[in-house]
Structures are given as structure tokens and as C-alpha cells.
Ligand binder design. Structure first.
Ligand code: NAP
Ligand code: F7E
Length: 322
């Protein structure tokens, strides 16, 4: 009989890639989706008829219990979150309810319905924030710099705590930034690749950004979902840094993206203080040695290839709309 997995956050960037992967691996894939007044299944439309989509919300524990009782998954991937760092200053309590306490609601629902379920928590390099070590490893102390980062630290530690308190097979992937043509338009990579494509097509003449000096360890989202699945196939649960080991600035991102669209970024990027954050994470670069050794982690696309892929996808999509 096919194994069954539940993805919380299936409508998001990572949820859509993970759903594709698990279908390829022969799983029955159940996705928990929250109610909204309009359908937002764009990222999973191409596989929707192969998925079982069920209602539920990280703010409502009974709905999670009901999903677990009715669908009996063997693996649960919690990718659901208020995931945009900038929004977390404007909506800090909501971010805490969804991104932090939401994890406890899922873990508690697992503990009460079926403690044999294997659990994946989407932890984040934002937990390292004002970095205490370069590069960051599983042993680097956390120093989050936003309400989002603080909420993710809570989610991470409650996952460790339920593992140690109740013996759950609960793992935490400390994933560094990962991007794709399916990335939300508000995140800097997609904002820049989509912006460069729009400038190239004459739709706008510039993109407004904040801090161009911030450095990130950017990888390709489709590579990262494989490692989530690998964590749940281990005999023992654990915590893993997943990163490329390379860092690049927002300015370098702009240079590559605009050049892939045949443009010079200096002519089309403006600084707008609205996009400067109250507290910044200046530099992230991860050391993925443990994930490489124990999970066989490797990336398939380097940074330049990723940016070029995203620009080409944005150009093609915008041209198709004309
Ligand atoms: P994303 O595109 O923003 O997707 C977030 C998902 O969470 C969406 O499906 C969203 O549903 C869902 N969600 C939001 N609030 C919810 C609620 N109250 N109840 C149930 N579901 C809710 O994020 P992503 O980039 O795929 O990231 C996946 C996870 O990894 C997130 O937890 C994120 O914080 C974490 N993470 C991401 C990165 C990265 O670089 N991408 C790195 C480290 C960690 P709607 O579609 O209805 O909004
Ligand atoms: O910002 C700078 C900004 O919003 C990256 C989420 O997936 O990864 C993501 O969080 C950097 C920051 O991602 C703009 O100040 C400059 O330094 O793309 P971002 P993030 O904050 O790193 C982590 C790992 C997660 O877990 C999160 O869920 O780019 N930046 N100018 C800008 N950023 C944005 N968004 N917009 C700008 O105009």
C-alpha cells in the first residue's frame, strides 16, 4: 500500500515542490489548505487532481486533529508559516501564532492521535540572525533579528522538546534561503528577477529595493525538498543545516538578473527606504557538512544558474500574458 504524507503549507513554494516529489515517489499526498475567499492553488494546479486537499488551519488545533484522524498520514511536513520577514514586524502576534504556536498545535495533534507519525519542521537560517559564527552549523547559537526569526526559534525548540519529551520522530531542517520561479513576488530574488523581466519588456523602468549589501546563501527550492524527505527516512530524527556554503549580496543578485535580461542593473535599481528593515540579518552562509554526510545532500543548480532560470521563467510568463 502506498505511504501517505500530509503537507501543511502545500500551496506555498516548497509545498508545491515537495508534493511533486512525494507523488513521484509513489506517496498518497494529502495537503492541508486554509480557507480563503479566492482559490490560491496556482502552484499546485498542474497536480491538483492527484492530491487530496483538506481544510485546516495552523491557528485551529481541532482542524489539525481532524485531518490526522481522518487521513492517517505516516509522515507530516509542516511547511506552513507566515514566512515573510518584513511582514513579521507589522504582524508580530499573528506571526507568533502561526509560525511558532502553530508548530506546537501540530506536534500535540500528532502526540494525541498517532505518536508513530514522522514529523518535519521547516526551521530557518533566520534563527542565526546576528550571526555568532561564520559559517553557521547545527551548533551555532541562535540570535534572531525579527519577530519571524524569534517565532522560528520557538518552533525549532518545541520540535526538539517533543522529540525529547515524547520520543517523537521529529526532525528540524535549518534551511537557508531557497528560491525558484515559484517564489513569492515579495521576496528579494523574485522581486529582482520579475522586475528585470518587466524592465526588459518595457513594462516599467526600475525596481525599488532596500539594503543591497545584505548577503545570503541562496539555493534552488526543488533541491531542498528532497532533503526534507530524506530526514524522515533516517532511523533517528535530528537537526540539519541545509545550505549551499556560498554567499552573495543583493547587489550581485541584481547584477546577474539584469544582465540575464540584457540590461545594466545600475540603470534600473533605486533605493527606497520603505524596504529597509528595522533590524537586518547582514550575512548568512551555512555549513551543510552534516547534511552532506548523513543525508547525501547536494545542489543541482548554482547561484548564477538559479538567477538565470528565474529571469527566463519570468520573461516567458510575462510574454505569454501579452
Ligand atoms: P510560502 O511560499 O510563504 O508558503 C507558506 C505556506 O504556509 C502557504 O501554503 C500558506 O498558505 C501556508 N500558511 C500560512 N498561514 C497558514 C495557516 N494559518 N494555516 C495553515 N497554513 C498556513 O513559504 P515557503 O518559501 O514555501 O517556505 C516553506 C516553509 O519553510 C515556511 O515555514 C518558511 O517559513 C520556511 N522556510 C523557508 C525558506 C525559504 O527560503 N523559502 C527558508 C527556511 C525556512 P496560503 O497559500 O493559504 O497563504
Ligand atoms: O530578503 C534584502 C533584505 O525577503 C533577503 C524567507 O523565505 O529566507 C527568507 O527570508 C534580503 C534581506 O528573504 C529588498 O533586507 C533588500 O536582507 O528575500 P528576503 P529573507 O528575509 O532572507 C529565510 C531563510 C526564511 O526563512 C524566510 O521565510 O534581501 N532586501 N531589498 C530586500 N528584501 C525584500 N524582500 N525586498 C526588497 O526590496
Amino acid at each position: 500500500m502506498a505511504r501517505r504524507a500530509l503537507i501543511i503549507g502545500i500551496t506555498g513554494q516548497d509545498g508545491s515542490y515537495l508534493a511533486e516529489l512525494l507523488l513521484e515517489l509513489g506517496y498518497d499526498v494529502v495537503g492541508m489548505v486554509r480557507r480563503s475567499s479566492t482559490v490560491n492553488f496556482e502552484r499546485i494546479a498542474h497536480i491538483q487532481d492527484r492530491l487530496t486537499l483538506v481544510p485546516g488551519d495552523l491557528l485551529d488545533e481541532a482542524s489539525i486533529v481532524e485531518v490526522l484522524r481522518s487521513h492517517r498520514p505516516e509522515e507530516v511536513y509542516n511547511l506552513g508559516a507566515q514566512s515573510f520577514v518584513q511582514t513579521s514586524w507589522g504582524q508580530p502576534v499573528l506571526t507568533g501564532e502561526v509560525t511558532a504556536l502553530g508548530v506546537t498545535r501540530v506536534l500535540d495533534a500528532i502526540r494525541m492521535t498517532d505518536p508513530e507519525i514522522r514529523f518535519y519542521q521547516a526551521s530557518s537560517s533566520e534563527m542565526f540572525g546576528k550571526v555568532q559564527q561564520v559559517p553557521q552549523t547545527e551548533a551555532t547559537p541562535f540570535y534572531p533579528r525579527s519577530p519571524y526569526g524569534v517565532a522560528k526559534v520557538y518552533g525549532h525548540w518545541i520540535t526538539v522538546n517533543y522529540r525529547e519529551s515524547y520520543g517523537l520522530h521529529a526532525s528540524s531542517g535549518i534551511l537557508f534561503n531557497h528560491e525558484s520561479p515559484r517564489r513569492g513576488l515579495e521576496f528579494v530574488t523574485r522581486k529582482v528577477t520579475h522586475g528585470a523581466a518587466r524592465v526588459a519588456l518595457g513594462l516599467v523602468d526600475h525596481v525599488s529595493l532596500g539594503n543591497l549589501d545584505a548577503q545570503r546563501d541562496w539555493g534552488y527550492a526543488a533541491d531542498f525538498v528532497w532533503v526534507m524527505w530524506r530526514m524522515l527516512q533516517q532511523d533517528q530524527p535530528g537537526d540539519y543545516v541545509v545550505a549551499t556554503g556560498e554567499t552573495h549580496s543583493v547587489a550581485e543578485l541584481c547584477e546577474l538578473a539584469f544582465s540575464a535580461a540584457g540590461l545594466d542593473w545600475r540603470d534600473h535599481v533605486r533605493i527606497d527606504p520603505r524596504f529597509i528593515r528595522p533590524a537586518e540579518v547582514d550575512l548568512l552562509v551555512g555549513d551543510p557538512a552534516k547534511a552532506e554526510r548523513e543525508l547525501g545532500w547536494e545542489r543541482t543548480l548554482d547561484f548564477a544558474g538559479l538567477v538565470e532560470t528565474m529571469v527566463k521563467a519570468d520573461l516567458a510568463a510575462l510574454e505569454a500574458q501579452r
